[in-house]
Design a protein around this ligand. Structure first.
Ligand code: UDX
Length: 436
């Protein structure tokens, strides 16, 4: 083992790679981060942050002297032994994970005493197949569990760190474990296949929780119950827990849709039909569309109606539009003949080009001007602080569908709105904030 502070290599400076590089630098390590996109590397080398992630710019600036960004794989291989592979694994047309970028990283490694540390989310079995192809290349699975919007915080204070290494690679696993020890989270040492499954199963379970509570919400609407109350009552059972029981218009983002589908396909390819995940995916697809029915209930046909979308990103504190529910919703509304106008505090640049025919506005109030209805799609804090009386006056019809059960329904009604949430009894006066 070389010195305590041996340089760390990061391959792929997308969202996971950049957070990983910045956080290891913050922990005092020298980091060499490589990406194949020259514009991205140049921007990072100039001190620009390429993604919106709270706290990240500060970390990059504070640790600039410990961070090298390069397109040159040779430089990285010369200086770093532990190679954290953070390239993306997008879904293919078949729903499997596309491993071509992972494969090309493996192909770039020749000789040396490098350790491949896999942070990219890969199907269980990937590590085994790489080890078969490249005997002698130490391989460690170290999946990431960071959430966008709190990624820096999550990295620095992990619930757990999973490190999978197979017999023969224990030393490589130890080296990775030492890097994470200062963070204090529980370190789970296991084999590679189990580490790969922990990642996929965790995301699939969380997605299942969301689809479950969304179906409970839909039933609540039928029976006059309030899903916020139901989730609060359920979540106090320690076996269930309160997290990820917020009903809404479905999960999105770069991980859940992709990972749930990848696990379903992985099971299918191995001959097992994972029925539950099929339902999780279907519920999520339908949930995005239910808003349309709610609007029609109030407005009748949506043809010629003007609908304002408040928030576009798949969740707050990010400009990430990947698999955002807003994409499906906007297209469905347009399909019904509505004009869609939208505002998001940070995601408009990312959204342009993805939302054909949608009119973008620079503020929530401007988006609401003359609208027949509004849909709260992303729970940005500024929407809670909006002057809703003023907003209602600007609208043709003060009708709001709260896709995240984020706003105070009683205050909205007080301000003259027809208000409808997800799984909230239409005339409910349960104060916002009790539902968590
Ligand atoms: C997720 C995992 O949480 C993380 O561990 C993994 O590394 C990457 O995928 P992320 O995609 O950043 O993180 O978002 P997350 O905060 O988990 O939310 C995912 C989606 O679920 C969002 O669209 C969010 O709005 C939705 N969600 C979340 C709900 O609809 N209800 C909830 O109760 C929680």
């Amino acid at each position: 083992m070389t010195g305590e502070r041996e340089p760390i290599g990061v391959i792929g400076v997308g969202w996971v790679g950049l957070v990983t590089a910045a956080c290891f630098a913050e922990l005092g390590h020298e980091v060499i981060a490589r990406d194949i996109v020259p514009e991205k590397v140049e921007a990072l080398a100039r001190g620009e942050t390429t993604i919106h992630e709270p706290g990240l710019s500060e970390l990059l600036a504070r640790n600039a002297e410990r961070l090298t960004f390069t397109t040159d794989m040779g430089q990285l291989l010369e200086r770093a032994r532990l190679l954290f592979t953070c390239v993306d694994t997008p879904p293919t047309r078949s729903g499997d994970a596309d491993l071509s970028r992972v494969r090309s990283v493996v192909a770039d490694l020749s000789g040396g005493d490098h350790v491949l540390v896999m942070k990219s989310t890969v199907p269980a079995g990937t590590g085994a197949s790489i080890r078969r192809d490249r005997p002698g290349l130490p391989y460690v699975s170290c999946p990431e569990f960071l959430k966008e919007g709190t990624a820096v915080e999550d990295f620095m204070h992990p619930d757990r760190v999973v490190i999978g290494a197979d017999p023969g690679d224990e030393g490589a696993g130890d080296a990775v474990a030492r890097l994470y020890e200062p963070l204090g989270g529980e370190i789970v040492r296991t084999d590679v296949a189990s580490a790969e499954m922990i990642k996929l199963a965790s995301n699939a379970f969380l997605a299942t929780k969301i689809s479950f509570v969304n179906e409970i919400a839909n039933v609540c609407e039928e029976v006059g119950a309030d899903v916020g109350e139901v989730a609060r009552g359920m979540g106090l059972d320690q076996r269930i827990g309160p997290a990820f029981l917020r009903a809404g218009i479905g999960y999105g983002g770069s991980c859940f849709p992709k990972d749930v589908s990848a696990l379903k396909m992985l099971a299918g390819n191995s001959g097992y039909h994972f029925q539950l995940l099929g339902a999780v995916i279907e519920v999520n697809e339908l949930q995005k569309r239910r808003v349309v029915g709610k609007l029609q209930k109030h407005l009748g046909s949506l043809a010629g109606k003007r609908v304002a979308l408040l928030g576009l990103a798949f969740k707050p504190d990010t400009d990430d539009m990947r698999e955002a529910s807003s994409l499906v919703l906007a297209a469905r509304l347009q399909g019904e003949g509505a004009t869609v106008v939208a505002y998001d505090p940070v995601a408009v640049d990312a959204a342009q080009g993805l939302l054909d025919g949608v009119e973008f506005r620079a503020s929530a109030l401007e988006a609401l001007e003359g609208a027949d209805a509004a849909v709260l799609v992303t729970e940005w804090p500024e929407f809670a602080a909006l002057d809703w009386r003023k907003a209602g006056e600007r609208m043709t019809r003060p009708l709001l569908v709260d896709g995240r059960n984020f706003l105070d329904s009683a205050a909205l009604r007080e301000a003259g709105f027809e208000y409808e949430g997800i799984g909230r009894a239409v005339e409910s006066s349960v104060p916002a904030g009790t539902a968590e």
